[in-house]
Design a protein around this ligand. Structure first.
Ligand SMILES: Nc1ncnc2c1ncn2[C@@H]1O[C@H](COP(=O)(O)OP(=O)(O)OP(=O)(O)O)[C@@H](O)[C@H]1O
Ligand SMILES: [Mg+2]
Length: 460
């Protein structure tokens, strides 16, 4: 055993307490970099009749924020209600499900329902008294008014301060079904139903998710979630490394933070694999070294979810290194949206480090970039209809995987800028100065534009 004080079982269990590559975070001590958003949700929920909609790119941490916020708001007499949406989910399904889970919670508590609550139960009394099915509950919900009544009764049965998370709301295929929630929330407000709803969904705006008209309703507060800050990414790495009694070279922590592109999943997954490589080392380990990182990165690339790898493999299979090099160039920037011309300068940077490569011309490079929009090439990029020549990633999270691949091939890509408006300070490893703002790259990270300035100076 290379890590003192742990056998394999203990090591695995310890990692599982601090790294969550395969599940959302549920408690505040593991949720890094989201205090501003949590505080916002907490304040919004004080307002009667107000509900929350957390939206943003796939994988940024919506479910984690929703679960943590729900755990904080939910009174301790029950667990919050957790509902996942699917393409065929309807408003009726969701209301029936909330009722079903509330009845369950009330049975689990085993405290007798007070007579005042019991008197109020017009829809759920029978269901509470005997075994019930979701179908029975469905039948109770004919109209929107019924739905609101059922929710009022469910809230009374569930707990003193109930909350329900409606996760992946964007998956509901029928836009009318999604839009109907706006009316539901209004009615819930009018009837003072004390149940709080926290929605999550992939989308830039609320309009995309519930429709232009409905998104303006006063009952819903939207929280747009951006990528994880640099300091939160470091927190993931340092917390895990410290949990198994090790230290880590700051350069490596910076590389993990840079590769993961603000998507916490990658930081969890790479750190997990890297720590196992340290555990498997033949010699005793007290500090994580570059070799552990590189070995961990390679395992992570190999084992990462097939869905994440697929577009990359589609673009590069049987096409040799040429497409890989073009792909790495697309992910080398502080900006997500990029012109082909800017990507070409990244390509030149990549190719300067490839000893065997003979670079493509600008024209051929551009034709490769255009190909990357096609299905047969993983449909990795999309072009902006309003700005010819401007490209972005179709699935933003894929950029992180492309960055992992580049790093594993010895190419350090530029770090990305996070939302300027956040103005968050960056807590950098203690041996470095504190107080970096997002307008400056953290130490050890270069931004593509600044690098170009250096390159130009070299050329002169
Ligand atoms: N603030 C955070 N700090 C640390 N880890 C986080 C944070 N937010 C999310 N994670 C981790 O990142 C991964 C993705 O998080 P989560 O599932 O919440 O994202 P999501 O936006 O709901 O993704 P999807 O769009 O696929 O539903 C999970 O492994 C989770 O544990
Ligand atoms: Mg989710």
């Amino acid at each position: 055993m290379a890590v003192k004080g742990f056998d394999k079982f203990q090591f695995g269990c310890r990692l599982n307490e601090v790294l969550f590559a395969s599940e959302p975070i549920r408690s505040i001590e593991h949720l890094f970099g989201r205090h501003r958003e949590l505080d916002g949700i907490e304040k919004a929920l004080f307002a009667s009749g107000r509900h929350i909609f957390i939206h943003g790119d796939r994988g940024v941490g919506k479910s984690s924020l929703a679960a943590t916020a729900a755990n904080q708001y939910q009174s301790p007499d029950a667990d919050y209600i957790d509902i996942g949406c699917a393409p065929d989910t309807t408003l009726k399904n969701i209301v029936a499900n909330i009722a079903y889970k509330s009845i369950d919670a009330s049975r689990l508590r085993k405290t007798k329902i007070s007579s005042s609550v019991s008197l109020e139960l017009r829809h759920l009394k029978a269901a509470l008294a005997s075994e019930t099915t979701l179908n029975n509950l469905h039948e109770e919900i004919g109209t929107l008014t019924d739905a609101v009544e059922v929710l009022r009764e469910a809230a009374a049965l569930h707990s003193t301060q109930p909350v329900a998370v409606l996760d992946e709301f964007d998956r509901i295929a029928d836009s009318n079904e999604r839009a109907a929630f706006a009316d539901l929330l209004k009615h819930m407000g009018d009837k003072k139903v004390p149940l709080k709803l926290i929605f999550t969904g992939v989308g830039k705006t609320l309009e995309e998710l519930i429709g232009a008209h409905q998104s303006a309703i006063r009952q819903l507060e939207g929280i747009e979630l951006s990528k994880l800050s640099w300091d939160a990414r470091w927190d993931i790495v340092y917390t895990a490394v410290e949990a198994v009694g090790l230290t880590i070279d700051k350069e490596i922590a910076i590389r993990i933070a840079a590769i993961c592109d603000g998507y916490p999943y990658y930081a969890h997954f790479i750190t997990e694999k890297m720590l196992w490589c340290a555990f498997d080392d033949a010699k005793p380990v007290t500090e994580i070294e570059r070799d552990h990182f590189l070995a961990g990165l390679s395992v992570a690339i190999d084992r990462i979810s097939a869905q994440l790898k697929k577009p990359y493999e589609e673009a590069t299979k049987r096409r040799g290194e040429e497409y890989e090099e073009v792909l790495w160039a697309t992910a080398d920037s502080e900006y997500l949206d990029r012109y082909a011309k800017a990507m070409f300068t990244s390509y030149e940077y990549v190719m300067r480090q490839r000893r065997n490569g003979s670079p493509l011309t600008y024209e051929i490079f551009c034709s490769r970039i255009r190909k990357l929009r096609e299905e047969g090439y993983g449909a990795i990029l999309v072009s902006d209809p309003d700005h010819p020549g401007l490209y972005t990633y179709r699935e933003k999270m894929l950029r992180g995987y492309v960055r992992m691949q580049a790093e594993a091939h010895g190419i350090e890509l530029a770090g990305e800028k996070i939302d300027q408006s956040l103005k968050q300070t960056m807590r950098v490893p203690s041996s470095l100065t504190r107080g970096y703002y997002v307008s400056k790259p953290p130490p050890g990270i270069h931004w593509e534009r600044e690098r170009r300035k250096f390159d130009d100076a070299d050329d002169e």
